[in-house]
Design a protein around this ligand. Sequence first.
Ligand SMILES: *[C@@H]1O[C@H](CO)[C@@H](O)[C@H](O)[C@H]1NC(C)=O
Ligand SMILES: *[C@@H]1O[C@H](CO)[C@@H](O)[C@H](O)[C@H]1NC(C)=O
Ligand SMILES: *[C@@H]1O[C@H](CO)[C@@H](O)[C@H](O)[C@H]1NC(C)=O
Length: 448
Amino acid sequence: MGVRMLSVLLLLLLLAACASASHHPSSTSSSCPATPPDAGATLQVSHAFGPCSPLGPESAAPSWAGFLADQAARDASRLLYLDSLAVRGRAYAPIASGRQLLQTPTYVVRARLGTPPQQLLLAVDTSNDAAWIPCAGCSGCPTSTPFNPAASSSYRPVPCASPLCGQAPNAACPPANAKACGFSLTYADSSLQAALSQDSLAVAGDVVKAYTFGCLQRATGTAAPPQGLLGLGRGPLSFLSQTKDMYGATFSYCLPGFKSLNFSGTLKLGRAGQPQRIKTTPLLANPHRSSLYYVNMTGVRVGKKVVNIPAAALAFDPATGAGTVLDSGTMFTRLVAPAYVAVRDEVRRRVGAPVSSLGGFDTCFNATAVAWPPVTLLFDGMQVTLPEENVVIHSTYGTTSCLAMAAAPDGVNTVLNVIASMQQQNHRVLFDVPNGRVGFARERCTVA
Ligand SMILES: *[C@@H]1O[C@H](CO)[C@@H](O)[C@H](O)[C@H]1NC(C)=O
Ligand SMILES: *[C@@H]1O[C@H](CO)[C@@H](O)[C@H](O)[C@H]1NC(C)=O
Ligand SMILES: *[C@@H]1O[C@H](CO)[C@@H](O)[C@H](O)[C@H]1NC(C)=O
């Protein structure tokens, strides 16, 4: 057994499956399977918005159309966040006005922090370096189960003199407490204050000693999500960077699809246990968004036809931050308008039925039997043909289905294409930073 392998059972419960008109909201909680305890190298991962979400039923959307609208709005905010990362010095900044300063990404894992260990929920986010934990006494944090530093014998505040303090945004060391490095984020009407801290973090069977995180002490506006954040981005303070000696900056996941109530998959941290034979494309680093996983998408095929996308809509440009990224926190792929329109028009032409729109998606068909063409993403050295389940979102009652992609939202300033979680589901996606490659292989991790 690879000791550096963390197998994570993913439990994905999507509203599209069970928060539809065909379900009574009151019946969903009783149908949620009990969460098995963490055991060995296995952690549960839950979808953040499902009716069985550990964040509570209030995170569920009321209907399929409502879900699509909510998700489109969330994804639009996410794109603005990813876009904002291009601005130097704003790497921790933020989201559109009125939205959370820290976004709630799609997947949540459990971890244990401190001595004795306190159970926490952490959002898995491939595009974030920050590690935030809501802490006891935090004013304005929406969590009901914060981490209590006072109850942990291994908790240490990071002193002001530490070089780590210099890496935190807007670090501030009040004269009254020069032993503790504090820092803050402000955006629109929201702000966060945290103490830079260290403690032992247990993920499945492994322990990360002196894990550095921001212990949230104050949140105003709609700044904070109810859970902590496990940053799997590539930047210096991320979980991936902090565990480089343990996991070699390598991980892979299989995100389960969302067609039934019970789904599972694995997240494997570390070099051991990763697929040996997998098609790969070079991983590109872009100094304008150093946290993000850039790849070189060279085109898109709909059916057998490579659609006509202007080269500028796909070009990787380290001078501007332009290019294509893989992201776990966006649900539906967003392409810049000329690329999206080319793909969408060919899909519409191939389907050949009357088009409607729904909740931010503009290529929906009201028919029970629509022949959707496969969509192939063309990367440098790798082609990924997406089957219908990665291309189409169906209403539960089967009469409406939509192309599960959209154009980049207004307000995004740079050319940024985001390959989102829906398009990655039921694939093994390998992030191999030392070897500079991203791998893709079909893998059925959905448990029906
Ligand atoms: C859902 O998954 C859990 C844990 O893997 C399992 O115990 C339970 O039986 C599953 N429920 C269904 C309906 O498949
Ligand atoms: C879809 O088609 C059915 C049957 O033709 C019709 O009754 C229904 O109103 C249509 N729904 C939408 C959203 O267009
Ligand atoms: C992207 O891939 C194309 C086709 O293989 C290649 O010509 C181009 O140089 C690549 N761009 C980068 C930045 O690697």
